[in-house]
Design a protein around this ligand. Structure first.
Ligand code: MRU
Length: 347
């Protein structure tokens, strides 16, 4: 992605230091945070300084590689402990497990410290490159679904900063815009953390893509009035039957889309599919602090003594999903189509 005419990834590692766009500071200021150890990486994921499923996945792989670089002996127990520490920071995003496993499997059984360090770093870099290429391809395939002069609804932020580059849901929009198609994006504000109004709006402004922020409860109105042609969101975990966990509120959009005959697409690569989950009921849903609902940027917006509930994700049953835009094309959200898709990676 280009920011102030400079090309950035959302996260990278330089001389053992993890550098990442500080997503807590956006859109007010653009700052690069530097993380030097596993505790800082874990805390950055928990506080959402690093967020978005694919960026979290890369933080896991770089975090494990960084820990390996700090070792003075090939201590596989300490590496397993770090994998556990980082892997439990955000429970819903499956990419985190995928990223950690990618590095862990590359170094498993390695007893030579220098080789272990080389292998861990190379695996983390390969993970990032593959992830970027998957998003680019999602963009190409998804672009084919976007007609000229389309009005698109998206929820949360599944853009370049939620991935290492390009985005998942926002990649097709970026490419359609580059192809000089007219696109207009309805950006859900996405309470309580405002990933839509803070981050998606910021990304679209940087790319000069036309958009309007809407309140989370306004999309039904626009669908009913024929103003939304297609919905595209990202995903945090997809089960074998196509049920999909994504940011809280996604389920409502999908039900409204079906009611109003608007196609509803999920955009996600292989790293978001969890073959251990048979259906959405197997997907763990993160419940975050009630303060995120009771406060807005530290300012209390509810009476003292009020309680809140704060599930961070919901599951959209596959029957509401028109298709899943992957790096291998658009697939049906069905058990058979997903099995063939997953099998195509084995060889
Ligand atoms: O809690 P967040 O901001 O990490 O949640 C992000 C989302 O729900 C995105 O839609 C999802 O991670 C897809 S991003 C590639």
């Amino acid at each position: 992605m280009k920011i102030n005419n400079k090309t950035y990834r959302s996260i990278w590692m330089e001389n053992g230091i993890i550098k990442t766009i500080d997503q807590l500071k956006l859109p007010w200021s653009f700052e690069i945070a530097e993380l030097t150890n596993r505790e800082q990486v874990a805390s950055a994921i928990k506080t959402m300084l690093i967020r978005g499923a694919l960026t979290i996945g890369a933080a896991g792989s770089y975090g494990l590689a960084q820990f390996c670089l700090s070792l003075t002996a090939a201590d596989l127990d300490a590496i397993a402990e770090t994998r556990e520490l980082l892997g439990t920071t955000r429970p819903t995003a499956y990419d985190l497990i995928h990223g950690l496993d990618f590095v862990f499997n590359a170094i498993k059984g390695e007893t030579n410290l220098d080789i272990l360090k080389q292998k861990a770093t190379a695996a983390a870099e390969e993970y990032a490159s593959r992830s970027i290429e998957s998003c680019r391809l999602i963009g190409e395939y998804g672009n084919k679904l976007i007609k000229n002069d389309s009005h698109i609804l998206t929820h949360c932020n599944a853009g370049a900063i939620a991935t290492i580059d390009y985005g998942t849901a926002l990649a097709p929009i970026r490419i359609a815009h580059k192809d000089e198609k007219l696109v207009f994006v309805f950006v859900d504000e996405t309470r309580p953390r405002l990933q839509g109004s803070r981050l998606t709006a910021w990304e679209h402004r940087e790319e000069s893509i036309s958009f309007a922020i809407i309140a989370d409860n306004a999309s039904g109105f626009y669908m009913q009035h024929g103003e939304i042609d297609i919905v595209i969101t990202g995903a945090d975990r997809i089960a074998r039957n196509g049920d999909t966990a994504n940011k809280i509120g996604t389920y409502e959009k999908a039900v409204l889309a079906k009611e109003n005959n608007v196609p509803f697409y999920i955009a996600a690569p292989r790293s978001t599919f969890d073959s251990a989950c048979e259906s959405g009921t197997d997907i763990p849903i993160e419940e975050r602090d009630e303060a995120e609902v009771l406060e807005l940027n530290g300012v209390r917006i509810a009476p003292l003594g009020a309680a809140a509930r704060n599930p961070s994700f919901d599951v959209t049953p596959s029957r509401y999903i028109t298709g899943i835009i992957t790096e291998k094309g658009v697939i049906e959200p069905s058990r058979d189509a997903i099995s063939s898709y997953l099998d195509s990676f084995k060889s």
